[in-house]
Design a protein. Sequence first.
Length: 718
Amino acid sequence: MRKAIDTAPRNGEFVILEDGARGTIAVARWSPEAEQWLGEDGAPIQLNATHWHAPQNRDEKGSPSQLNATYWQSLTPARSVVETADEIGSPPGPSKLSARRIHRGASRAAPGGMTAQAQRTANPGKCVNAGFDDRTLLSALALGGRWIVHRRRSIVTMAACLLVGAAFGPFLYRGDLGKWLLHQTASENDSGLTQALRQEQELANRLASDVTAARLEAESQAALIRRASEAADRDKEVSERALVGLRQALQQELLKTEKLTGQLAEAQRDSAAQITLARKTIDDAARAEAERERVIGELRQALKQQEDRTAQLRREVEGKTAQANVRTVEQLALKQEQDKAEKLRVELAAARRENESQAAILRSASDEAARMKEASARAMDELRQALQQAQGKAEKLDGELAMRRQEVEAQKAVAQAAKDEAQRAEGRSRRSAEEQSQALREAQGKAEKLATELAAARRAVQSQEAMASSAKDEAADVKEAAERSADEQRRALQQERDRIERLTTELAETKSSLETQARAKAAEEAAQDGQFAALRQELQKAKAEATVAQQSLEVERTRTQRVEQRLTSIQESTGGRGGRSPAAAPPTVGQASIAATSVPEAQTNVPTGGAALPANSATRTEASLEQGSPHAIRLIARANHLLDQGNIGAARNMLDRAAEMGSAEALFWLAETYDPLLLSARKTIGTQSNITMARELYGKALAGGVTEAKVRLEALQQ
């Protein structure tokens, strides 16, 4: 009897296992150690068991094959029939192989060494008694019928069942029991086969429809899966490409952010260093001013002490001379001496040693007057000698006193002017430092804004780069201007310690430099909004300009030293004609025109107005920068920088743009770049002059109010 595989014994006994789906049977036992079913040879069976059967003749001793030989002997005649039916009517595949496996055990040898068929052949008269008894035959027929019905193969399988019944017919007709059993078995098999046929047909129809529907569904699902896979592959490729692009863009933005952050930090450090240097310079100026005040106070105190000492000496001389009882001549000489001593009260203000020597002389004179009482003749001679010495000393002190008085008055005036100028310079330095701090804060704000907007669109990134570049340019300009200012202030302080009289000139230079920086910075801030378009074009030149910045700084320092030497020579040359006014400041560094830098060499070439060109150019430059538009001022400043570097072509372009904005100064400077006299004075090589263009531009500049253009026109006509 078939039982579910879950109820199979697991005690190591052999049982018959059946695969209901494939129709295969095998003899096996359960192994607890291997946790699987093992065959007779101890190897794991390759069977998906769904049911099991108890072996026949459990009480007999022997091997599993011997125990089941009787069970399969009754099916031996039907084995060949079923195999033939399988070969003819079964579809190819596992079913044919399964039919053979099912009956593999039936062909095993009987205990006597012969098969049932051989025994029947050997003993034809005793085939039933030798091979079968009633119980065995009944069991074999029942089991064979159930097995055949259970297989539910097809019409060919049912035909095979009929053939099996025909094969067992001769045995069943041997007695009444056989007839009844054959009739009963045939009727049961007919009804079972009919019902199995209907079920098989219904199952076949359902399976066919299910297979068709499953095939269509599988095809549609496969198509959907293919399309989804293709779409997923495309999306994956697009996503990977987009991810690679985003990673590259992110890496580039990170590199730009790091670069801008480093540049901003460097600019901040430079600005902080320049601010610290400016504060230190201001502190040095304050300490120098305090030192000057202290020295002036000491001089005043020393002058007062000398005046008190002179008054005391005068009183002593008067007291001693009053006691002297000398003749009228001696009294007259003594009176004159007293008058001269009275004048020494003011004359002994600047030199302590001279006052002490004069006091010694006066004491000597008083001693001589006392001794004149004892010896009039000797006293007369000594008094005359002392009188002569006193007169010589008095005359000498007269001249020295006049010189000292003039020097003291000049020093007082210079000290007062220096004090006022230092206060004004301190105020301007403080304002400049505040402006620089404000500019630095603005630059920091711009940089922070740039850092927060790095994730925006490329146009925003480009705009931020332009702003960062502008901030860098401003920081570089501030750094360069601060370095120039620091150098000038250091030189001014050193010269102030050496010679106080040069303080006015150097303070004027510092004032001019600071005012120029303030105007340039204000002009740059005012023109910054209008410069974004030009800055985009100049971004490619930023690296080159950064490289040239250090070189331009060295050139600017050399040029400043050259201007200072020139100013010194001018002061020395004009010293004999009354000197230079302290208020007159030299031309601002970086703003002199071509004429201002080339006049010393062009004086032999320009016959008229050559000596006055530098001052006029400087005055004209300051006036034009104050009155011109911020954009024109910026262009003129850049053109001047290019002229200093000898780049005449680029300077012409800048001046031409400034002239288009209506700047008469730009027209005048542009005419200078075409003037053959000035170009030859500068020893320019490779730059073509154009006298016609120079005259035309000078005429336009003269019409615009530049009076120096008239002098240049006259020089060209000559």
